[in-house]
Write a protein that binds this ligand. Structure first.
Ligand SMILES: C[S@@+](CC[C@H](N)C(=O)[O-])C[C@H]1O[C@@H](n2cnc3c(N)ncnc32)[C@H](O)[C@@H]1O
Length: 268
C-alpha cells in the first residue's frame, strides 16, 4: 500500500477532530484529551452515541461482506475512512476476494499518519490511501483511477461521512458526481446521522459538537432517500444502521441515530 498527498501535515491537538472523537467512541487509542473531552460530553448528553458508533462500524462490516460475497464487485472506494480500526474494510473485502482493490480517502492528517502503518492488504490485492477532501470528488476520481478501473463496478462507501457535509457545502453534488462516474452494477453504501429517532438527544449532541468547532447535519429518512435517486435499494432499504441485515448482531434495544442503506446502479 502506498499513501499519496503531503508527507507531513499539522495535527491540531487543541481542537477535537471527528475521526479522533469517533476513535474514542470505539475504544481506540488514537485520540487526544480534547477529543476524549468532547466524546465524554456527547456521551453524557446522548448515552446512545458510543453504541451508535459501534453499530455503524458493524454496518460497514456487514455491507462490505455482503457486497464482496454476493455481487461480484471486486473494487472498493471508501471515502471518510477514519482512523484504522480492525477489521478494516479492505480486510473484510480481501478475506472474501483476495485480489480486491481498495482505495481509502480521508482529509484528516491523523488518518494519513496511521494509514501507512495499518492499511496493509493481501499480496494479491491492492490497498491505496489518498489524502483528499470529499468536497472535491473529481480530484478523488482522478487519483483513485490509478488503482480502480471505473469501467467496472465499484462499491463506493460514504459511511458516517455525509453528516459532516451540509447540503449547502455540496453534499448532493459530491454524491452525484461520484455515482455518475461509476459503472452499471456499482453500489453506493451510505450511513449518516438522523434526528428521526431521538430528536432531543441528537440536537443536543449537534450543539455540543458545534461548541467544539465541528459542524454536524442530521437528515430525515426522506432526505437520505434523495442520495439514492436512480439507484435500486437493496433490502431492507433505508433503516437504522443497527437494523441493516443484523443477523446474529441483532440487538433489541432500539434503533441508533444513523440511517444506513445500500443502492445498486442499474444495468444499462
Ligand atoms: C465518523 S468517521 C467514520 C469512519 C468510517 N467511515 C466508519 O464509518 O467507521 C468520519 C470520517 O470522515 C472524515 N471526513 C469528514 N469530513 C471529510 C471530508 N470533507 N473529506 C474527507 N473525509 C472527511 C473524518 O476525517 C473521519 O475520518
Amino acid at each position: 500500500m502506498a499513501g499519496t498527498g503531503p508527507d507531513i501535515q499539522y495535527i491540531d491537538t487543541t481542537r477535537p477532530h471527528p475521526a479522533r472523537v469517533y476513535d474514542w467512541f470505539l475504544g481506540g487509542k488514537d485520540n487526544y484529551p480534547v477529543d476524549e473531552q468532547l466524546g465524554r460530553q456527547i456521551a453524557a448528553i446522548d448515552g446512545g452515541a458510543p453504541k451508535a458508533a459501534r453499530a455503524n462500524r458493524a454496518f460497514m462490516r456487514r455491507t462490505t461482506r455482503a457486497l464482496a460475497a454476493e455481487t461480484g464487485i471486486r473494487q472498493f472506494l471508501d471515502i471518510g475512512t477514519g482512523i484504522p480500526t480492525e477489521p478494516n474494510l479492505h480486510q473484510i473485502a480481501q478475506s472474501v476476494i483476495p485480489d480486491a482493490r481498495v482505495v481509502y480517502v480521508d482529509n484528516d492528517p491523523i488518518v494519513l499518519a496511521h494509514a501507512g502503518a495499518l492499511l496493509r492488504g493481501t499480496p494479491e490485492g491492492v490497498t491505496e490511501y489518498v489524502q483528499a477532501d470529499a468536497r472535491d470528488p473529481r480530484s478523488i476520481l482522478e487519483r483513485a483511477s490509478g488503482v480502480l478501473d471505473f469501467g467496472r463496478p465499484v462499491a463506493l462507501s460514504l459511511i458516517a461521512l455525509l453528516h459532516f457535509v451540509a447540503d449547502e457545502d455540496g453534499a448532493h453534488d459530491l454524491v452525484t458526481t461520484l455515482v455518475d462516474a461509476l459503472a452499471p452494477g456499482s453500489a453506493l453504501v451510505l450511513s449518516t446521522m438522523t434526528a428521526d429517532f431521538e430528536p432531543e438527544n441528537v440536537q443536543r449532541g449537534i450543539a455540543a459538537y458545534a461548541a467544539g468547532g465541528v459542524t454536524l447535519v442530521a437528515r430525515s429518512h426522506a432526505e437520505v432517500g434523495t442520495f439514492f435517486q436512480g439507484l435500486d435499494l437493496l433490502e431492507p432499504g433505508i433503516v437504522s444502521v443497527a437494523d441493516w441485515r443484523p443477523g446474529s448482531e441483532r440487538a433489541d434495544d432500539g434503533p441508533v441515530s444513523l440511517y444506513g442503506a445500500v443502492g445498486r446502479k442499474p444495468s444499462l
